[in-house]
Write a protein that binds this ligand. Structure first.
Ligand SMILES: *Cc1c(COP(=O)(O)O)cnc(C)c1O
Length: 415
């Protein structure tokens, strides 16, 4: 292999392009066809257990949680969890500055105030910073297992218990991952999953909430179904107005097939990532993302840190030229809504209207401030990070070539 970088006219280390294999096969097609033939697309009919209910039972079982409520999206799951816990005006919820904007949007949807905290070298919530940001108004912490990497759930749970806060795990990107042998989502008071197209398993659009808290479940179930018309049970609970976040039987049927593929998808991802990690010791000048529980990592991505953000951008460009898909995580190239600096309307404290605004709500007594320079560590870590998405279907040769590409670029950069 030539050591001359492809970006400088050398031979690229990676030859050929790998096609993505199909995500769906005849089993999904058959499941969908069966639902159509059954003429039943609505979950709440009285003729026996439907697809959505069967999906919920299986999902709860697989995640090791007593209950699951299937909903129409990950955002819906987060909102249902917040409503289930009674989080609302006057309350603060702590979340990381690196997460999809819908984590923050869910908090604002219940008129609570998002409090942004720093991430650490795991690119997930920094427990020390969370503790510093707790105020008398804090009601909940929302750890986000970004890109399949588990948060430091031991420390976050201890902080939550000490301060009597609820924990809502945003598990949208980490379905099937674990921390300390427990599945993500089943550790906090509620775990919220997305089944949207880009996630590990998908129903196109969809979501799921798991919880052991029966009152939370009952309130979430009521809320997700317009307050209760089709939902029986919870008669001892006060009715609340709801929305419609119901999952259709088509999505439920798709989910039932997809969930059975989850562990084999994760096995393949982990086998690939292990090979990269074994090679990493020979890459000079780069350090690795600090993964809190490597065994529970969904292994979707390999994240490297360079000494400076400028080096990270150059490294990503050189690695891309070698044929290894990757990206600098915070380079200003596009407004990435996973990074708080691009949550303009939130940083500007804009609500739904001048009267309907969580920050100026009469019940809100706090005084949270936001500014881009309030989170130097988050921006430093993201700025120096290069993400290499991993594909479980890569052949041994595909993996070897990419490992060589990283070795080649890191060696050239270290010289
Ligand atoms: C995708 C995602 C969501 C929202 O899920 P939707 O199904 O798109 O509503 C929430 N949080 C994170 C971290 C996500 O990646």
């Amino acid at each position: 292999m030539s050591s001359r970088l492809a970006i400088e006219g050398g031979e690229p280390a990676v030859t050929g392009v790998v096609d993505r294999p199909a995500r769906f096969d005849d089993s999904e097609a058959a499941a969908l066809r069966d639902v159509l033939r059954s003429e039943r697309l609505f979950r709440y009919l009285e003729d026996g257990e439907g697809q959505v209910r069967a999906f919920e039972r299986r999902f709860a079982d697989l995640m090791g949680s007593p209950h699951c409520l299937a909903v129409s999206s990950g955002t819906a799951a987060l909102i249902c969890a917040l409503v289930g816990l009674g989080v609302g005006p006057g309350d603060e919820v702590i979340l990381p500055g690196y997460t999809y904007i819908s984590s923050a949007a869910a908090i604002l949807n219940v008129r609570a105030v998002p409090v942004i905290a720093e991430v650490d070298a795991s690119l997930t919530l920094d427990p020390d910073d969370v503790e510093r940001r707790i105020t008398p108004f804090t009601r909940a912490i929302m750890p986000v297992h970004m890109r399949g990497v588990p948060c430091r759930m031991d420390r976050l749970m201890a902080i939550a218990r000490k301060h009597e806060l609820s924990v809502i795990e945003d598990t949208a990107q980490a379905c099937g991952g674990s921390f300390g042998g427990r599945r993500l989502g089943a550790i906090g008071d509620a775990g919220c999953f997305s089944l949207q197209h880009y996630k590990i398993i998908t129903t196109g659009e969809g979501g799921a909430l798991v919880t052991a808290n029966e009152k939370l479940l009952a309130r979430a179930t009521m809320y997700h179904d317009a307050g209760r018309p089709f939902w029986v049970g919870g008669a001892d609970l006060e009715a609340i107005p709801g929305v419609n976040y119901r999952m259709s039987e088509l999505a439920g049927a798709l989910g039932r097939v997809q969930i059975e593929k989850l562990d084999s998808i994760l096995d393949r991802q982990r086998r690939v990532k292990r090979q990269f990690l074994e090679a990493a010791a020979s890459w000079p000048g780069v350090s690795l993302q600090d993964v809190p529980d490597a065994a529970g990592d969904c292994a979707l991505v390999l994240i490297l840190f360079l000494p400076t953000s400028e080096r990270a951008s150059q490294f990503a460009a050189a690695l891309k030229a070698e044929g290894c898909a990757c990206g600098a995580m915070y380079s200003g190239e596009f407004p990435d809504r996973h990074i708080f600096t691009y949550w303009d309307h939130i940083l500007e404290k804009k609500g739904y209207s001048s009267r309907d605004n969580p920050w100026t709500h009469p019940y809100y007594q706090g005084d949270v401030e936001y500014s881009a320079d309030m989170y130097p560590r988050t921006l430093d870590f993201l700025g120096r990070a290069v993400a290499i998405p991993l594909q479980g279907h890569w052949s041994a040769e595909d993996v070897t070539q990419r490992i060589e590409a990283i070795g080649k670029v890191s060696t050239a950069f270290a010289e």
